[in-house]
Ligand binder design. Structure first.
Ligand SMILES: Nc1ncnc2c1ncn2[C@@H]1O[C@H](COP(=O)(O)OP(=O)(O)OP(=O)(O)O)[C@@H](O)[C@H]1O
Ligand SMILES: [Mg+2]
Length: 275
């Protein structure tokens, strides 16, 4: 639905999301999504499709609602008191907020990697095995060992940790911990991975490793990444969404957003003229 309210709070009018917010072959579709923290509205009428086996980057100034929007997609906002959501969010055409939907099962399909690596206070092995055990994905110790090795290998970490699988995950470096968290996420074979600034605490080498990993994972998974780095968005994503003060201003092919943005607010941001 097209929203045509004039936003008095902006010098520049935002009528509706410009560019190409909708695509064929959507994995996720959100329509008329509003999010509130108590009385305060954090997302206004977000309408977007997220394409299957693609990486979409979500960019915009601090506080514009990127994390809030990302958390709608696996119902992580359910865990925040006073947060409520209206509108329609569909994963493969199914309403993820319908009563029958178990949020725990949803989060197994839609995994999440956070800004700050958050390994469990367990061994490297148990960090990766935990979700797989919970969801009954391995029927024997041998199968579980294989799954742990495969997940760590795919996350680009196995070689570095193969002799210390039973040491604590928290003893790894920041970049290694982030790859451990990615291994933990992919061990349960999700369909979508949400990443909220996954490399903002990492050095350029660890960042490059994780970007490579994202690109290779996107062959199999759908990925939505929040990033403050426009270079990162340009390197890894096919599509980019620009948020501004809770509004989804523009969505398009990444190349178009960075070289020929349609909206003045997008242009201001990507040319560094915001704020
Ligand atoms: N748990 C919360 N309770 C109340 N308000 C919140 C909460 N989380 C976020 N907000 C508010 O919602 C708005 C959007 O915040 P959000 O964290 O989604 O922004 P962001 O784009 O991810 O910012 P950043 O780039 O700094 O991470 C902000 O005004 C923020 O203060
Ligand atoms: Mg955020």
């Amino acid at each position: 639905m097209i929203n045509t309210h004039k936003r008095e709070e902006f010098d520049i009018e935002i009528n509706q999301t410009v560019g190409k917010p909708f695509i064929k072959d959507a994995k996720f579709s959100t329509r008329n999504v509003d999010v509130f923290y108590g009385e305060k509205q954090a997302i206004f009428d977000a309408n977007i499709d997220i394409g299957k086996n693609q990486i979409i980057a979500m960019i915009g100034p601090s506080g514009c609602g990127k994390s809030t929007f990302l958390r709608c997609l696996n119902r992580m906002n359910d865990t925040i008191q006073d947060c409520h959501i209206s509108g329609d969010i569909r994963l493969d055409g199914e309403d993820i907020y319908q009563k029958q939907q178990d949020p725990v099962l949803l989060r197994a399909r839609v995994g999440m990697v956070f800004q700050k690596p958050n390994p469990f206070p367990k061994s490297i092995y148990d960090n990766v095995a935990y979700g797989a055990k919970l969801h009954g994905l391995a029927s024997s110790k041998i199968e579980l060992d294989e799954l742990v090795e495969k997940s760590l290998t795919r996350a680009g970490l196995f070689k570095e940790v193969k002799d210390s699988l039973h040491k604590p995950g928290t003893g790894l470096s920041g970049g290694q911990q982030q790859r451990l968290c990615i291994a933990r996420t992919i061990a349960i074979d999700p369909e979508v991975i949400l990443m909220d600034e996954p490399t903002s605490a990492l050095d350029p080498i660890a960042t490059a490793v994780i970007e490579e990993l994202m690109i290779s994972l996107s062959k199999k998974y759908t990925i939505a990444i929040v990033t403050h780095s426009m270079q990162q968005a340009a390197r890894v994503s096919q599509r980019t969404a620009y948020f501004h003060l809770g509004y989804l201003v523009e969505v398009n092919d990444t190349n178009t957003v960075f070289t020929n943005p349609e909206h003045q607010l997008t242009e201001n941001y990507i040319t560094g003229r915001f704020g």
